[in-house]
Design a protein around this ligand. Structure first.
Ligand SMILES: O=C(O)C(=O)C[C@]1(C(=O)O)C=C[C@@H](O)C=C1
Length: 193
C-alpha cells in the first residue's frame, strides 16, 4: 500500500460519525474492525528499535534465519490450534518479520549517518526484547482469529487502510516506521494472498 495513502488516512482518522451509528443488520464489522491487528503491527514495529539497539555495533546480524524459522513453525502450529489456516497466518508473520528488518536497516543507516542519535543503552535481546515480541505474537494470533471474517470480505482492503492509518496516527509513527507498516500489510486480507 502506498505510504502516502496510509499517511492521509492517519491524518483523517476514523469516520467517527459512522462509528456512532448502529451497523446495518447483516453487516458485521465497523471501520475500526481491523485496528486490533494494525495496532499490534505498529507495536511490533516500534519494538524494532529495541531489536536494532540490541544488535547495533555487535557481531549479531539483523537477519537470524533460525529465529525466523522458529517463529513461523510456532505460529503455524498455534494457527492450526485456533482453527486458522497455517499458510495464511505464516504469510502475515513473514510480512511482520520483513517489516521489522526494514525498520532495523533504516535505523542502522540513520545511526551510521548520525552518531549522536545512536542508542545509549543495549537492551538484552534474549531476556527482554524477544519475550516482548513473543507477547505480540500471542496477541496477534488472537486478533487474526477475531478478525477472520472481516479479513475475508471484499471491503477488507479499504478497512485495513483505515485501520493502518489510525494505528500510525495513534502510535505517532515516523516515516521509517510508516514504511514498515506498509510492508506489514499485504497478507492480511484473505483475497490478497
Ligand atoms: O529476533 C530478532 O533477532 C529480530 O531481529 C526480530 C526478527 C522478527 O521480526 O521477529 C527480525 C529479523 C530476524 O531475522 C529475526 C526475527
Amino acid at each position: 500500500m502506498a505510504t502516502a495513502a496510509i499517511l492521509a488516512l492517519g491524518v483523517a482518522g476514523p469516520a467517527t460519525a459512522d462509528a456512532r451509528r448502529p451497523a446495518p443488520a447483516g453487516r458485521s464489522t465497523t471501520a475500526h474492525g481491523l485496528v486490533p491487528v494494525t495496532d499490534l503491527f505498529a507495536r511490533r514495529l516500534l519494538l524494532a528499535d529495541k531489536v536494532a539497539a540490541a544488535k547495533y555495533g555487535t557481531d549479531t546480524p539483523i537477519d537470524d534465519p533460525a529465529r525466523e524459522a522458529q517463529i513461523l513453525t510456532d505460529v503455524r502450529a498455534r494457527a492450526a490450534g485456533l482453527g486458522l489456516d497455517p499458510d495464511s497466518v505464516a504469510a502475515v508473520f513473514r510480512d511482520q518479520i520483513e517489516a521489522n528488518k526494514l525498520v532495523q536497516r533504516g535505523l542502522y543507516a540513520r545511526w551510521d549517518a548520525n552518531p549522536g542519535e545512536r542508542p545509549t543503552e543495549r537492551p538484552d535481546l534474549a531476556e527482554e526484547v524477544r519475550p516482548a515480541l513473543d507477547r505480540i505474537t500471542t496477541g496477534l494470533l488472537v486478533a487474526l482469529r477475531e478478525t477472520e471474517r472481516a479479513r475475508a470480505v471484499p471491503s477488507c482492503g479499504p478497512r485495513l487502510a483505515v485501520a493502518a492509518g489510525w494505528s500510525a496516527h495513534s502510535h505517532r509513527l515516523d516515516a521509517l516506521h510508516l514504511e514498515g507498516l506498509g510492508r506489514a500489510l499485504p497478507s492480511v486480507c484473505a483475497g490478497s494472498r
